[in-house]
Design a protein around this ligand. Sequence first.
Ligand SMILES: O=C(O)CCC(=O)C(=O)O
Ligand SMILES: [Fe+2]
Length: 219
Amino acid sequence: MTDLFAGLGPPLPAREQLGDGAWLLHGHVLQHEAALFAAALAVAAQSPFRRMATRGGGMLSVAMTNCGKVGWISDARGYRYDRIDPLTGHPWPELPSLFGSVAREAAMAAGYDALAPDACLVNRYEPRTKLSLHQDRDELDLAAPIVSVSLGLAATFLFGGLQRNAPTRKVRVESGDVVVWGGASRLAFHAVAPLAAGEHRLAGACRINLTFRRVASPA
Ligand SMILES: O=C(O)CCC(=O)C(=O)O
Ligand SMILES: [Fe+2]
């Protein structure tokens, strides 16, 4: 009998461990893919994607926007969170309710308490753009995990250790995948390799990533 699945390799596990307290949840939000993508576009219709400057005088290659109580920004003064979008002069768009429920649930699926995000950074990667090795460390609340949702073109995500020079693990992240890191891995270095060209049925030639964070400690 012909094996229809011959050559496809073993099926991916639902949950792949990337480090202590760090998990890649394969296809975890695939059933919400279209709605999440539409909600991200609605956010960008209010607060457009833009490339941000860096303190060093450069520019991030990835275009970004935010929704939630506070948004992450970078400019000549450095990195910080702000309630106001400097481009529009208005508060960032509200966090769509689907974003809140997905972040809450994905944190729990990775073994954390429900996450109540007060910030969502929306990154738009076009072919050849990348995110260099960094830590997410501008948040006051380091007890809450980071929940990162991939949509659109697949990318190579690099997950390292607590030191910049620690070896990194490279994993492919596809639309609908979620990476959650917290606890002992909360300050792990991570990066996104330059995006390969391609065409995604929903997103076209780009990848959108939603990074949900708890910036302020709960009152
Ligand atoms: O795009 C990703 O997968 C990671 C995003 C990220 O690390 C960040 O926005 O800080
Ligand atoms: Fe990050």
